[in-house]
Write a protein that binds this ligand. Structure first.
Ligand SMILES: Nc1ncnc2c1ncn2[C@@H]1O[C@H](COP(=O)(O)OP(=O)(O)OP(=O)(O)O)[C@@H](O)[C@H]1O
Length: 380
């Protein structure tokens, strides 16, 4: 992390850092009260610096918008590119809340989670600075909008990368973190098509006034999620039905969202489709469940639903196992869903099998195993 920061080219000296920290509103919050944040691996960016590297937050540098606010591409003087999330007025947190979010963010380090580089908190602004991930969201790429063609094995690898990231958040991060908003739009692809999970902290970045009693690290109200799904396109299809009933989010809500992402990887379809009259909805989960046919040895009943771009590549065994695993994630009751750790291991096995199934095909042997795998040739 240190070298990444040094290469940012802002030439931050210890003096600069101290000056910046003193001028930040946290100074008054933390001074002498023993709650100084552990910010060893992140740096403070002045608002002026961020303004400069985004050309005054120009439209041309705007790359997206989420519930926290708008996201800008920023060019550091060294040429390093960063992604800057600028809180909208309604997302501004109290100094203490922002501080605790920064503390959590600064402790998360995983190769499949977008790196958090620093923050800014001055002039009534709150900004988060991340490494910039160049190849867009999985959501867009699956729908041909990101310019990347993803074959079946790459999709399995993306599932594995994302599962690793979420398993880390659930089981290794300290304190454990519930993502709260798992969707293909929150999985970015880097230049080597590695998956990088983003936005995991957002569900905690809910303004104080929107929080309900009982909101904590482990159990957060789902009210904010519900209010968000009304205006975030595509998100409703990912919401765990059990959390909607109980009003609480848990790790199992992330598992549900992940199950939907798994189905997207197979089908490249929207998690929810709104009919022309806007009164009818089709959930991908229901579509897949309806189509499954145990008697179909080849496609498991999903021939017409599988993304046409990969339909000639999916291998029978890996397809069936992957779908069954996704359906386990989508069980109505959270207690029936697997843990992220289990998912990670299962997907790893499926990926290895998919590899060997493919190899079997290239053997051109005439046994029944390779006959079953007759669809496993990769189309370049
Ligand atoms: N580190 C990053 N590198 C490149 N692009 C990013 C990065 N972070 C965010 N983006 C872009 O900005 C968009 C908005 O991101 P953001 O995380 O704020 O919102 P979201 O994922 O759409 O929704 P939500 O905040 O509700 O999860 C993303 O879809 C992505 O295109």
């Amino acid at each position: 992390m240190k070298s990444a920061l040094a290469s940012l080219g802002f030439k931050q000296t210890r003096k600069d850092a101290e000056r910046a920290f003193v001028s930040s509103p946290w100074h008054s919050v933390t001074k002498g009260d023993g709650t100084a944040p552990q910010l060893n691996s992140v740096r403070y960016f002045s608002f002026q610096e961020l303004k400069q590297c985004t050309d005054n937050f120009s439209e041309i540098n705007k790359i997206g918008a989420g519930l926290f606010g708008e996201v800008y591409k920023g060019y550091c003087t060294s040429g390093v590119v960063v992604a800057i999330k600028r809180a909208s007025k309604k997302s501004i947190l109290s100094g203490k809340d922002f501080q605790s979010e920064i503390e959590v963010l600064s402790r998360v380090h995983h190769k499949n989670i977008v790196s958090f580089l620093g923050f800014c908190f001055e002039q009534g602004e709150q900004l988060l600075v991340y490494e910039y991930i160049s190849n867009g969201t999985l959501f867009n790429n699956l729908r041909g909008k990101g310019g990347i063609y993803l074959d079946w094995k790459q999709r399995l690898q993306i599932a594995l990368d994302s599962a690793r990231a979420l398993a880390y958040l659930h089981e290794l991060a300290n304190p454990p973190i519930i993502h709260g908003h798992v969707k293909s739009g929150n999985i970015l692809l880097d230049e080597n098509h590695n998956a990088k999970v983003i936005s995991f902290i957002f569900s905690k970045l809910v303004p104080e006034k929107e929080k309900k009693q009982g909101s904590s690290q482990a159990k957060r109200t789902v009210e904010s999620v519900q209010s968000r799904v009304q205006y975030v396109a595509g998100t409703p299809g990912y919401v765990d039905p059990e959390s909607l009933q109980t009003g609480l989010l848990s790790e199992k809500s992330d598992i549900y969202g992940f199950g939907v992402v798994m189905l997207e990887l197979i089908t490249a379809r929207w998690p929810i489709k709104i009919g022309k009259d806007t009164n009818t909805y089709t959930f991908l989960v229901e579509e897949v469940k309806r189509a499954i046919d145990d008697n179909d040895q080849e496609y498991y009943g999903l021939r017409d639903i599988i993304d046409p771009k990969i339909v000639n590549q999916v291998t029978t065994v890996s397809l069936k196992k992957f779908v069954l695993l996704a359906l386990e994630c989508l069980a109505h009751s959270g207690s029936d869903r697997p843990s992220m750790n289990k998912l990670m291991k299962e997907i790893d096995i499926i990926l290895q099998q998919a590899g060997s199934e493919r190899t079997a095909k290239f053997d051109y042997s005439d046994d029944s195993e390779s006959a079953t795998n007759s669809r496993s040739i990769l189309i370049p």
